[in-house]
Design a binder for this molecule. Structure first.
Ligand SMILES: Nc1ncnc2c1ncn2[C@@H]1O[C@H](COP(=O)(O)OP(=O)(O)OP(=O)(O)O)[C@@H](O)[C@H]1O
Length: 484
């Protein structure tokens, strides 16, 4: 870069940064502040000939992002340091296969610059939506800023037997993201046991210790939506480029990538790129990698590269700790018998436990009564009678496994031994009865079985339960348990 141009550009950057610093808190302009260095670090002015300024940018994404969001600010800066009538050009480095090919450049003209009135140090007012840098062309409205919930911190995470291992590993990752052997960290466990909370806690701690690191949390559903939108807009390269900038990528409920071949391909490349570059990946799922269905083998094998940690439903002592902690924050104390009662009665997930605790607090506030064992009992029975249970396939699998005393692994296996095959057929039957899932979907969730196997199981259980007393009893018992 010629020295003069370098100096002009440095001044322009300085001017733009100043304006962003001075912008009002929470203004659209302020939101650009975090992205500024990230974006302009990769932008290089390469020539200035007869008032034509050419900026080299890594991809179309950068060009469009600058045009959509920074044009007014950049124009003001150029006017200040180069005078009126500067024309902007972009030289876009195209890099089709992620990180593989030599970049080629394509020259493109920028939008014409209409210089807004802008005063030094006075934040300019921009019309329309200014989005943050993590918004890609084609998926502009989706804000995938870090997306971390401040409440989901390590401080608010109660440790106990059920989550000790996972939380110890999570803390060590937060101190050295990408630099431990736990990459990826694959957290799995049932409904509401604290997977999301723990993954956020890592993200929050990383931001705390290393503010410059880019942490992105999103659900796999959002990732799929973004990918589809990017594919429609033919922006897959930018989509991948964006995720390659991330230092800690957290994807929740990764099992929903199941069956999404094109998204899986993109995820695979992003995963490899991040992993090779020492970036941290954290994935959560409702099941262990081996049971995540319809995901390419090459991806499943990568899930197992780092560390897989299960979070179980909270044990009795952990439940007690969670109750005490939660109530303490509201200045409420329980007697020992009340605490025992609550921790014994609500023994499913942390989410359910917290729901009950909140209701207890609410009832006691509304009725202005002191908490008593009677009030607890009344509250819990009211909740139980009004609570709608979400009956989904994993829940049915859990009920069936518990009833027959078998493990999920066995239920989902291929064995034809009757003591496993029958529970499996029953789980298939109830999944069809209680959920809107197709035979194919149920087959997928039952260890990758064919839809015809599920159809056969449903027909068999329906017919046999009419004549076989033992099976009739299983169906009746399980029906009651599922609805309980
Ligand atoms: N160990 C814990 N200490 C304190 N709060 C917890 C703990 N585990 C979970 N929670 C709280 O329980 C609720 C549910 O947790 P979370 O959303 O992380 O569960 P999850 O395992 O991701 O569930 P799902 O898979 O159903 O989405 C949240 O409010 C979370 O803060």
């Amino acid at each position: 870069m010629n020295e003069n141009l370098a100096l002009v550009w440095e001044n322009c950057l300085h001017f733009m940064r100043d304006n962003l610093n001075a912008a009002e808190d929470h203004s659209d302009l302020k939101k650009l502040e975090n992205s500024f260095d990230l974006l302009f670090d990769k932008v290089e002015p390469i020539s200035l000939i007869d008032n034509n300024l050419t900026l080299m940018v890594p991809s179309d994404f950068y060009k469009e992002y600058i045009e959509d969001n920074y044009l007014s600010l950049l124009s003001a800066a150029l006017k200040k340091y180069l005078g009126k009538g500067v024309k902007l050009w972009y030289s876009v480095m195209e890099n089709k296969a992620i990180g593989k090919t030599q970049p080629i450049t394509v020259n493109m003209k920028g939008k014409s610059i209409a210089t807004p009135k802008m005063q030094e140090s006075v934040p300019p007012k921009f019309a329309g939506n200014i989005v943050n840098p993590f918004v890609l062309p084609g998926i502009k409205k989706v804000n995938i800023d870090s997306n971390l919930k401040a409440d989901f911190s390590f401080d608010n995470y109660i440790e106990g037997e059920s989550n000790k291992f996972a939380s110890t590993v999570a803390k060590s990752i937060a101190k050295r993201p990408g630099a431990t052997a736990f990459n990826p960290l694959f957290l799995h466990g049932g409904y509401g046991v604290g997977k999301t909370h723990l993954s956020h806690a890592v993200g929050l701690e990383v931001k705390n210790l290393f503010p410059d690191k880019i942490v992105v949390y999103l659900s796999s559903e959002k990732f799929i939506q973004q990918f589809v939108a990017a594919a429609r807009a033919k922006n897959q390269t930018e989509f991948a480029n964006f995720y390659q900038m991330v230092d800690v990528l957290i994807i929740d409920d990764i099992q929903f990538l199941s069956g999404k071949a094109a998204t899986q391909d993109s995820f695979f490349h992003i995963f490899d790129y991040l992993h090779q570059n020492g970036k941290q990946i954290i994935l959560t799922s409702d099941r262990a990698p081996v049971h995540v269905m319809d995901i390419q083998e090459r991806i499943v094998s990568r899930f197992k590269w780092g560390l897989t940690a299960e979070i179980k439903a909270p044990d009795f002592d952990t439940r007690k700790k969670i109750i005490v902690d939660k109530l303490d924050r509201d200045g409420i104390q329980l007697t020992d018998d009340m605490l025992e009662y609550l921790a014994t009665e609500v023994n499913s997930s942390v989410r359910d436990l917290i729901g009950v605790i909140n209701s207890v607090i609410a009832y006691s506030t509304v009725y202005k009564t002191d908490l008593s064992l009677e009030l607890l009992k009344e509250t819990i029975s009211k909740i139980a009678s009004t609570k709608k249970k979400i009956i989904n396939i994993p829940y049915i699998q859990d009920v069936v496994c518990e009833y027959f005393g078998i493990k999920l692994d066995q239920l989902l296996s291929k064995t034809r031994k009757r003591e496993i095959a029958l529970p499996r057929q029953l789980a298939m039957y109830f999944s069809k009865e209680y959920t809107n899932s197709t035979f194919a979907k149920i087959g997928e969730e039952m260890g990758g079985k064919d839809h015809s196997t599920v159809m056969y199981a449903c027909e068999t259980i329906k017919d046999v339960s009419k004549i076989d007393k033992e099976i009739k009893k299983f169906v009746k018992d399980l029906n009651e348990k599922i609805k309980q």
